[in-house]
Design a protein around this ligand. Structure first.
Ligand code: ZN
Length: 195
């Protein structure tokens, strides 16, 4: 344990760091700050060579338990659904699996759907319903989707030999959000479920 200054209240608090072994990838470091003032922050750092990366994998019901590690700088995309979960100021790192990613997308879409329904935007509501139905179909093994995870700092990964790993070009890196700024592309932002 390391003592650090809380970025929120300025008092001393503890940074907890845990090493975690990922098959095929080596070690990652999970860090966690949980200050008495209510400030919380989790992140993860891949130990080893880091470069701007993109992981891409076809996901279906037999991939639900594949581990996904997303650092605060990771962007998750499901191109077929037009879904992007981008880093924002309230972003937290998470270690989950493919099913956990789909559950997060479901939560964000459900919330977006309620807002759009209140606004009377029926075409947006229909699109949300389509996304929710497609997620159910993937979990039930009726459909496949593509999961893309991009990280300009190389701290995120899909832990599967079947995930195709490529390096991001400098232009692609420039277009990615790093967690330092927030912009909404497709109207689905992770901060919406956290605020
Ligand atoms: Zn604090």
């Amino acid at each position: 344990m390391v003592e650090i200054t809380c970025p929120s209240c300025g008092r001393k608090t503890e940074l907890i760091a845990l090493e975690y072994e990922i098959p095929y990838f080596g070690k990652i470091l999970l860090t966690s700050i949980n200050c008495g003032c209510g400030f919380k922050h989790n992140d993860c750092i891949v130990l080893g060579v880091k470069e701007p990366v993109r992981y891409k994998m076809s996901i279906s019901s037999n991939k639900l338990f594949t581990k996904v590690i997303r650092s605060t700088s990771g962007t998750i995309k499901i191109p077929e659904l037009g879904v992007e979960i981008e880093p924002g100021p309230a972003s937290q790192a998470f270690v989950t699996n493919v099913e956990g990613v789909l559950e997060r997308v479901r939560d964000i879409v459900l919330m977006a759907m309620r807002w759009r329904a209140e606004e009377g935007d029926s075409s947006a509501v229909e699109r949300c319903e389509y996304i929710l139905k497609t997620i159910d179909d993937v979990i039930e093994g009726k459909k496949e989707l593509t999961l893309v995870l991009e990280d300009p700092f190389g701290n995120s990964l899909i832990a599967s030999e079947e995930a195709e790993k490529t390096n991001l070009t400098p232009e692609e890196v420039r277009k990615l959000k790093t967690g330092l700024t927030v912009l909404e592309l497709s109207g689905l932002s992770e901060d919406e479920i956290q605020s």
